[in-house]
Design a protein around this ligand. Structure first.
Ligand code: PEP
Ligand code: MN
Length: 361
């Protein structure tokens, strides 16, 4: 074969590549249109029956020289890429996605506008144990200008023999503390049927890590107008976390905050691994306020301050930490809660570092 002949064949191959490129992109445009129709009608993107028909058509029409199985393999790659293309469009359509809503969502919690650019602290005991205990913490927080009080009334414990929380009595104590110290109160609800009652006691309903994919609970809180604080699941990917948030928002509740609380890894030096990069990723991917729980992520009192500094420096809208008047006798999480003196040092250090901009000295 002469060089000239080779060049000619190569030139016609280039033309065919260009034709294929054009055809593949034209095909992709049709795929995107199909994706839009499907998302409007709520139809699943992947349709195996349809895919089988397309593969059969290729088999019927194939005149060679390629083997049908080779061509079917190549077309399967095109089908796969097409599904991903539709997936991209689906991501754009998520209600929590920043692509859908470019501005930051600001959640108003009793006048505290979380996500407005001021970085806040949310603190309180792991469990509500008594009125005296909650009031002692509330008073200490209030003195430092912290208006967001959290405490657990329903505790999802690993062992059924551990303290399970005071239940409604705990919610009553929190409400009393909120009224007395003019603070917003936050507590976890674990059962869908408790949501209706919780609305009367709480300013924010927390969905804990263990319930991030309790879809019935997510739908229930999504049907209220209460601000929701959704924690990342113990082993949840960011995408799973975002889709859990979508469950809440798809029911109409736009008062939603996300909380990174550490994920389970092979590392045993900390209780969980604080996924610090999740904070800016969630801020980029969604329009929701993003919080970081430094207590449950580290599980270590000595790491609360550096973890809080990191979380605030990387852009968290708020940090969550546990404070107890006497952690040594706490009914849960005694190794990681701060006492009131430690809390005062913690907040002063963050404010001195110009990280927490709210409150009083
Ligand atoms: C909590 O915040 O009280 C709690 C139990 O945390 P998590 O759900 O993140 O484990
Ligand atoms: Mn705790």
């Amino acid at each position: 074969m002469s060089n000239e002949e080779l060049e000619q064949l190569r030139a016609s191959l280039d033309e065919k590549n260009k034709d294929l490129l054009k055809l593949i992109n034209e095909r992709a445009e049709i795929v995107q249109k199909i994706g839009n129709v499907k998302s409007k009608s709520g139809t699943k993107r992947y349709d195996p029956v349809r895919e089988r028909r397309m593969l059969d058509l290729i088999a019927d029409e194939n005149e060679g020289p390629f083997e049908t199985s080779t061509l079917q393999h190549l077309f399967k790659q095109i089908f796969k890429a097409s599904l991903e293309l539709m997936g991209d469009d689906e991501q754009k359509a998520l209600l929590v996605s920043r692509k859908k809503h470019p501005d930051n969502t600001v959640v108003d919690v009793k006048g505290e506008k979380i996500g407005d650019g001021l970085q806040r602290l949310i603190a309180g005991p792991c469990s509500v144990e008594s009125e005296e205990q909650v009031f002692a913490v509330a008073e200490a927080l209030k003195k430092r200008g912290v208006n967001l009080l959290r405490g657990g009334a329903y505790k999802p414990r690993s062992s059924p023999y551990d303290f399970q929380g005071l239940g409604v009595e705990g919610l009553e104590i929190l409400k009393k503390a909120g009224d007395r110290y003019d603070m917003a109160v936050i507590s976890e609800i674990v059962t869908p049927t408790d949501v209706e009652k919780a609305v009367d006691y709480l300013d924010v309903i927390q969905i804990g890590a263990r319930n991030m994919q309790n879809f019935e609970l997510l739908k229930e809180v999504g049907s209220t107008k209460k601000p929701i604080l959704l924690k990342r699941g113990l082993s949840a990917s960011i995408s799973e976390f975002i889709h859990a948030a979508e469950y809440v928002m798809s029911r109409g509740n736009t008062n939603l905050m996300l909380c990174e609380r550490g994920i389970r890894t092979y590392e045993t030096a900390t209780r969980n691994t604080l996924d610090i990069s999740a904070v800016p990723i969630l801020k980029q991917e969604t329009h929701l306020p993003v919080l970081a729980d430094v207590t449950h992520s580290t599980g270590r009192r000595d790491l609360l301050l550096p973890a809080a500094k990191a979380a605030l420096a990387i852009g968290a809208d708020a940090v969550m930490a546990e404070v107890h008047p006497d952690p040594a006798v706490a009914l849960s999480d005694s190794a990681q809660q701060m006492d009131i003196e430690q809390f005062n040092t913690f907040i002063s250090t963050l404010r001195d570092a110009q990280l927490l901009k709210d409150g009083v000295e």
